[in-house]
Write a new protein. Structure first.
Length: 282
């Protein structure tokens, strides 16, 4: 199991992640870092995660890496206290700005969407470079995108990997793909109008090609949107996209909580198992 996860993370230590990032940056890609773990259950644990990321921003800056940091609100105690979680995030967003980086809020399952968006709205007012992930398979996401457009948002659109009931999320891949492209088109329209910074987090090369074509037809320059992919997945495609002039960033995960993360992702959706197998052997 650990060998399998090594295909998707360079190691448990932050030093492993930084070394891998240095090599990736040399290929012209940007970076995102996230320490695995979620649902912190103590205030001291949340403060420890905050302090870890504060140190990570300093390390990124010292190495001169083109890197940002992506965090889960539950890592910072969202289940314990919204106010304390917001304070931790404000501290991290300030540190990101100070070090020339940026902070991202990951999106967790549907029960966290409203609180995560409330956190994002609070952060965006003072730290405009802060980004948030939205999930295309949630039926509510078009309304969320529309609401956020008033803030000139930075949005990373992903398909979604949690097991959600049918009344909340699309069950068929074809439905999610259609929703993703429609949302991507809306975000590109926002980029053309200067009211949205779109990021497309997907390994679906066919979908990426359609989005790139849509951007070209819409008059959205390549530098006005980004493509994010995970470490160890479609590396050759990432390099090719960079060669074609696309802005590509690779998300690197690290940390000792890899087993829980890996098994949860596999258990939640059968499609995740197929994706892992294809990535390992395809």
């Amino acid at each position: 199991m650990k060998r399998a996860t090594r295909a998707f993370m360079p190691g448990e230590r932050v030093e492993d992640a930084l070394a891998a990032g240095t090599a990736i940056a040399a290929t012209g890609r940007g970076l995102l870092y996230t320490q695995l773990g979620e649902a912190i259950t103590t205030a001291s644990g949340a403060a420890g995660v905050r302090d870890h990321y504060l140190g990570l921003f300093d390390q990124i800056c010292a190495l001169g890496l083109p890197a940002e940091v992506s965090v889960k609100p539950t890592q910072l105690g969202l289940d314990l206290s919204f106010a304390d979680c917001e304070r931790h995030l404000q501290t991290l967003a300030a540190k990101a700005e100070e070090t020339g980086s940026a902070l991202w809020l990951d999106m967790e399952d549907s029960t966290y969407v409203d609180r995560t968006l409330d956190l994002y709205v609070a952060l965006k007012e003072s730290y405009p470079s802060t980004g948030v992930a939205l999930q295309a398979y949630l039926r509510r996401t078009p309304d969320d995108v529309s609401r956020l457009m008033e803030l000139n948002p930075v949005i990373r659109l992903v398909k979604g990997a949690y097991d959600e009931p049918a009344e909340i999320a699309f069950e068929k891949k074809s439905e999610t793909d259609r929703a993703y492209y429609e949302l991507a088109s809306t975000m590109l329209d926002g980029a053309r109008e200067g009211v949205c910074s779109p990021v497309f987090g997907t390994h679906d090369l066919g979908l990426i090609a359609r989005i790139v074509a849509r951007a070209s037809v819409s008059g959205v320059a390549r530098g006005d949107y980004q493509i994010h992919m995970l470490y160890g997945i479609r590396d050759a495609a990432q390099r090719r996209l960079v060669a074609e002039g696309q802005t590509v960033k690779t998300l690197i995960s690290y940390g000792s909580a890899w087993y829980r993360w890996y098994m949860r992702r596999l258990a939640e959706r059968p499609a995740n198992v197929l994706f892992v197998l294809k990535s390992l052997f395809g």
